[in-house]
Ligand binder design. Sequence first.
Ligand code: G1P
Length: 289
Amino acid sequence: MQIRKAVIPAAGMGTRFLPITKSVPKELLPILDKPMLQYVVEEVAEAGIEQVIIVTAPGKESIASYFQTQPALEQHLLDTGATELLEKVRHASNLAQVSYVIQDEPLGLGHAVLTARESVGNEPFVVVLPDDIIAHAPGALSQMLEVAERYGPGVLAVEPVPWEVVQNYGVVEGSPVEERLQRVTRLVEKPPRQEARSNLAIVGRYVLPPEIFDCLERTPAGAKDEIQLTDALVLLLESHDLYAYEFKGTRYDGGSPMGLLRASLEFALARPDTRAAAKALIAGLGEVD
Ligand code: G1P
């Protein structure tokens, strides 16, 4: 089974990052020197997927310009001998073949994925949420494609989360299949804390069959009055096996300022070129009261 296409929903308003998101799309906020969005496109490319469909919204045009080539900038870097920077700039635009669809109204994650229906066509694909940053080699998507190779397209990334935060996630229940893998028996989007029967949360990586689009068409507005991908997965489960895969890696919640700060610090500590400076910076903070 060859998966060729990735859908990256990036149409949200980024309210948790206001006021910066008045003019800068959340997906372009940086972890060190690269936008969050680039980390997930790199993960997609590493998984061997070459076509990326980004779902954006009116006013978020800077997302498209980020992945375009910038001839004047490249010429300047060439003229000044800044070859390392030139490589970085070119790398961003050479990662994948990126196309865009516009979600005109903020009707939810499920609706955003449905907007990409025509671009995806009748083949399995992946959905990647750009504010779930996962650090691991091989990447979470590569791990999931290996599972999908054996069990078919219908694989959701999951991780156990503290019970106090289950209401922020789609949660799944399942029966064990093999290490790290369960067959899904039930899914609920953002269950009230006292009603949640599982703390196994869906994280933003999905390998999906094209049948999900018909399910999305039939999905009414749910949590937050939005069309939810999880609710469409509930419909899909009636006719299709779904698997929950506990990926290897550390997930950062890039959707919140503190999550992004944590990612920035830990990535700076992990990167050879920034490690020493990051250690010195943290040591310099001393006791904080
Ligand atoms: C979305 C999904 C939810 C999933 C979460 C992971 O929620 O609807 O099922 O658990 O992403 O980050 P959101 O964070 O957009 O509210």
